[in-house]
Write a protein that binds this ligand. Structure first.
Ligand code: BGC
Length: 758
């Protein structure tokens, strides 16, 4: 059975036009083509998807008919804060949108120019990277993925949308949904880890949270699915790097979250910086037109990434700005961010027949539709009195709960955790009194958020355990060779009953352009951990980081390890909630933690190979100097209580390819003495298929809360969609044969059942 057939015809044909060597990058801003007269329209060689007959289309189409070419091209331009400072907005054809400007009054002033001082009064769209909070910083997205709880992602998006929209922002550049196998890549922090299914479910939750059912509402934003596509495949984890990917891998691994986001109605999509099998994403007819706009039916608009159109020159597929504009427009990038090739060269390209008026109209129509859907024509301004400049008590409570649900307990020997609230606690380490670093990447953009630093670990512990003696000794900086503070740290550890070691990365060590070739603790922190361990006091290591780290030195030294990621504004309180047992940790890793950086890429959903790792056979797929497998696997995480998962049952041992379904059920029971959460995970494996299938792939998960002794039956309904895959012709196929089902509490789940697809 084959659904969702997608043509491969232009998989490798990304750009139109002939590259001209020696072109010079254009730097002009918002320079409109000299005249307003539309150029002669050559016969369209490509037919953009026709507008749908909705009310939005009617509005967009009738406005489009009144627009001059210059006015249309203006809509295709997105400018940022720095460019604005150098630009006159008061010209006849202002840009379509402005981004990274915050402040309701500033935004209203800009809007006034567009609405009241241009011929057609088309409002601006105001964008911002509201990634994990506007004023209230939630945990970073990688942490949110650890919650295995779409409500965490949805709540973040709802709180952020309400704060940002009330402050004049109406478009966020989120959610980021780049699946990746690369812990070296700094942007792993912005996504949901290594699994396409988990990422897709969280992407949908975020889109829904930002947009609601109608994003014209005063507490909603237009969302942006980014970065389209395969950006997470950057070779070596170096940001912006090349990706060479098979068609099946593209469709099975990188595209599913985007498909899900489109199905959830995401308003916009951002192209990615990377090339995909030699064709830059910004010039990729296959991914943008054939897949996104045609096969998925995406009817929002595609925005370039920052100078992504201009960068087609450096990519070597455009000789100059005109080539770059032609390539981007032909491929279907509708709006150009920062660089200005569309406004500068589109008229000349039209005259030369290198682009068509229908391509321009399609791009403009898409942008106008989103502006109408945002309600901007009716309500272009924001009420300045409603601007959100601080963190409300309810937003704080949501952020604290989200952070608690996002932390992962990696080790807890001798049940060291939860701690008693008495005695002496030595907080040691460079993150113990850190503030903004606990927000992680992409924070502090919302108005006033720089005045709302996250709660520190020391503050959180002192608030939770007011009668304990709490000391703080930094020991060293986050990333600095100085070890002179070690002696004081060791002395503090000796004097205490327990050490809380707050170590990890700075906010700037993950995120964009923050690849690392070593992924251990930065600076001399590993030496600090070893030195403090010499004191012999039990250590709880609390890790703040935006990527998986190589943790063997920490595992050797610490009795308990809590992966806290970058928890956001309530960081210290959320950590204390877990340290003292107010919250029982239930998060799971959304990404494998390697033993050493040399194992990278290492991920749970790999192929078996012809020679899977066998410790007793040298000639198998492994390293001589490391045990096989990760240090901590995907889906792993401990709790203060114990759970038993049993009674794996199938409603049928046959699944019909013609619309059948199989219900998988299992019982989970809290066998310990504390209330807690378990994440029941369902993985599938197709052992014999026309192309090799991953050894496991996640197809269901459910986070359940159980009191001691309580049990619950969890069910998952599987359909042909769950067992099929894309082949190398981009056809979704569901093949006959056996499917193995694994259910448990990590990707190592052992409980197995089998059904047959017929
Ligand atoms: C990033 C995008 C971001 C954009 C606008 C780029 O450098 O890659 O993720 O949305 O800047 O700030």
């Amino acid at each position: 059975m084959t659904n969702g057939r997608i043509s491969r015809r232009s998989a490798l044909a990304g750009i139109g036009g002939t590259a001209v060597l020696g072109g010079v990058a254009s730097t002009g801003l918002l320079a409109s083509p000299a005249t307003a007269a539309p150029a002669a329209t050559p016969t369209p060689s490509r037919r953009p998807r026709p507008a749908r007959g909705t009310a939005l289309d009617h509005k967009a189409n009738s406005l489009l008919q009144k627009m001059t070419l210059a006015e249309k091209l203006g809509q295709l331009q997105l400018v940022n804060l720095e460019d604005l400072a150098r630009t006159s907005m008061a010209g006849p054809n202002p840009c379509g949108g402005v981004f990274s400007v915050v402040g309701a009054a500033k935004l209203n002033a800009l809007q006034k120019i567009a609405v009241e001082h241009t011929r057609l009064g088309i409002p601006l769209i105001f964008g911002l990277d509201v990634i994990h909070g506007y004023t209230t910083n939630f945990p970073i997205p990688l942490a949110q993925a650890s919650s295995f709880d779409p409500n965490v992602a949805r709540t973040d998006a709802e709180v952020a949308a309400a704060e940002a929209r009330a402050s004049g922002i109406n478009w966020t550049y989120a959610p980021m949904m780049d699946v990746t196998h690369e812990p070296r890549w700094g942007r792993i922090a912005e996504g949901n880890g290594e699994d396409p299914y988990l990422t897709a479910t969280l992407a949908v939750a975020k889109v829904t949270g930002y947009q609601g059912s109608d994003y014209s509402a005063p507490d909603r934003l237009a969302a942006c699915a980014k970065h389209y596509v395969a950006y997470g495949g950057a070779e070596g984890g170096r940001d912006y790097n090349t990706v060479d990917v098979s068609i099946q891998e593209l469709h099975n691994h990188y595209l599913p979250p985007f498909k899900a986001a489109v199905e959830a109605g995401v308003a916009t999509v951002m192209a990615s910086f990377n090339a995909i099998s030699g064709v830059p994403a910004h010039a990729n007819v296959y991914t943008l037109r054939d897949v996104l706009k045609e096969a998925y039916g995406f009817d929002g608009f595609v925005v370039s990434d920052w100078t992504g159109i201009q960068e087609l020159i450096m990519h070597g597929v455009a000789g100059n700005g005109a080539d770059a504009a032609a390539a981007g427009l032909t491929a279907g990038v509708d709006m150009e961010m920062v660089s200005t090739n569309y406004v500068e060269f589109a008229q000349q390209l039209l005259a030369a027949g290198r682009i068509t008026m229908s391509e321009i109209n399609d791009a403009v129509r898409r942008i106008l539709r989103v502006k109408y859907a945002l309600g901007l024509f009716d309500n272009p301004y924001v009420d300045e009195a409603g601007e959100v400049t601080s963190v409300s008590a309810s937003a704080r409570a949501h952020a604290r709960a989200a952070a608690g649900r996002s932390m992962v307990l990696l080790k807890n020997e001798n049940s060291l955790l939860p701690l008693k609230k008495t005695g002496s606690i030595a907080v040691i380490g460079p993150l113990g009194e850190a503030t903004y670093d606990l927000n992680g990447t992409w924070s502090g953009l919302g108005t006033g958020s720089q005045t709302t630093p996250p709660v520190t670990v020391v503050e959180g512990i002192k608030a939770a355990a007011p009668t304990a003696t709490v000391t703080f000794t930094k020991g060293c900086e986050i990333d600095d060779p100085d070890t002179s503070g070690f002696a004081a740290a060791v002395a503090a550890a000796r004097a205490a009953d327990v050490v809380v070691l707050a170590v990890g990365e700075s906010a700037a060590e993950s995120g964009e352009a923050s690849a690392r070739s070593n992924i251990g603790l930065p600076g001399v922190q590993e030496q600090l951990v070893a030195a403090v361990a010499q004191a012999g006091t039990p250590i709880v290591a609390v890790l703040f980081n935006g990527r998986p780290l190589t943790l063997q030195p920490v595992v050797n030294a610490a009795t308990a390890i809590l992966e806290a990621w970058a928890p956001g504004v309530e960081a210290g309180n959320a950590v204390a909630d877990i340290l003292f047992g107010r919250v029982n940790p239930g998060g799971k890793l959304p990404v494998s933690f390697p033993r050493a950086v040399g194992q990278v890429p290492i991920y749970y959903n790999h192929l078996n190979t012809g020679r899977p790792a066998d410790p007793n056979n040298k000639y198998t797929s492994k390293y001589l100097d490391l045990p096989s497998g990760p240090l901590f696997e995907f889906g792993f995480g401990l709790s203060y209580t114990d759970f038993a998962i049993s009674d794996l049952r199938l409603s049928s041992t046959r699944l019909s390819r013609r619309g059948g379904s199989v219900t998988v059920s299992a019982t989970v029971r809290n066998t310990g003495d504390r209330a807690g959460d378990e994440v029941v995970q369902l993985y599938l494996h197709d052992p014999v298929a026309s192309i090799s299938q991953p050894v496991r792939r996640l197809r269901g998960y459910r986070r359940v809360s159980l009191t001691p002794g309580q049990r619950s039956t969890v069910t998952f309904r599987l359909t042909p969609q769950d067992v099929g895959f894309y082949d190398n012709n981009a056809n979704f196929v569901v093949e006959r044969g056996q499917i193995e089902v694994y259910v448990g509490n990590s990707s190592s789940a052992a409980m197995k059942a089998v059904f047959t697809v017929v």
